[in-house]
Design a protein around this ligand. Sequence first.
Ligand code: PA5
Length: 443
Amino acid sequence: MVKVNVSGCASFVKDAEYKLYTEKALEAFDVLAGEQGAGNDFLGWKHLPSETPESLITECEAIRDSWKAKGIDLVVVIGIGGSYLGARCAIEALSHGFAKQLSRKDAPEVVFAGCNLSEEYMAELMDLVAERNVGCVVISKSGTTTEPAIAFRIVKEYIEKHYKDASERIVAVTDARKGALKTLSTQEGYRTFVVPDNVGGRFSVLTPVGLIPILLAGFDVRAMLKGAEEMEKSLAERSENNPAVVYAAMRNLLYSEYGKKIEILVTYNPKFQYLGEWWKQLYGESEGKDGKGIFPASVNNTADLHSMGQFIQEGERVMFETVVNIEKSNRNVVIGTDEQNLDQLNYLAGQHVEHCGAMAQLGTKLAHIDGGVPQMEVSIEKIDAFNLGGLFYFFEFACGVSAYTLGVNPFNQPGVEAYKKNMFALLGKPGYEELGAALRERL
Ligand code: PA5
């Protein structure tokens, strides 16, 4: 399960300060556990792993099986932010790195839309759609978010034009009662799944928002929920050694007392690139408010050591790192001997590539600590559905503890409305005329 190691911060902080911030984090833990804090009507995610009924998974499997019977080989998943990043993260983490290029395919290909407003992206997506047998999962809790709504209008029009069984090829994940997508689904007879009222977008990966795309992509969501459930149990204990408390205490200490305003989530496997994206939304949207918050950034090493490494080593000393450490590789590749040894790598002959990765990780850790960058490690045994479920739950729970330690409501996001209002006004949406005129004067 998830382990947190803060020894890479020891030389930067004083024991007494860490003790004080552990006490603060434990108070925050009590607020989260007691469900009495700000935003406490959005705590449904806490019990998802232990309370998700088996019937939900079998309903999702029924869609997978009926789409398989139709020969569907491309699933377009439409969503943005919390209605997108968790599924993408899991699918990228669990997929074969070259699944697209390999001919063996035991599940449909999952692609994403509605997460940008690029016309070119949409046009190219439709080129792909035209060549394949298509199903669509549209995900929007509110049912009114512009980006997915536009993508869905385009994909839906295509599906209706090209398939007689159009309504059987569309699944909606949305609010139980309200919103445009709910209304449309009822009218058209789409299979619908509910985003629970008490679960916010960025905490929704273990609801149908994440589970359906992940399952359709061929992955074991039962194992994912099992891993999350074990984490749920182990994080329930009030202890200064609780990994969520340790993580929350140290990051708040580094931020509040040492001016470490940026946290970089560091991964060492390309499959975890989107873990960084998911984590950035979770922490950025939960903590960045009221003029406070650690700015979440991410790098994927060793690639980014060749781009961001210089700054992290010697740039402004405002950051700390949280390294996601994977203890065991799922695959083995050994480096061979070369007679000429022109690349001078024979000293590595017989070694696993993973060994080189581990030494790069260790060398980077020591170099960054020497360069003034404190480092924490969040470790999992290996990349699989079980461990990923545990990691999702760990980061969600730790986020709640950390945001309460910081003194903000982890579960709202009032700031994301500002751009939306301006966009609506500039697009000429009815009701936004006055703001539109005021904005155009400024341009
Ligand atoms: O975390 C959040 O609340 C947001 O990122 C939302 O998930 C995102 O804006 C999409 O919203 P919706 O699911 O309502 O379309």
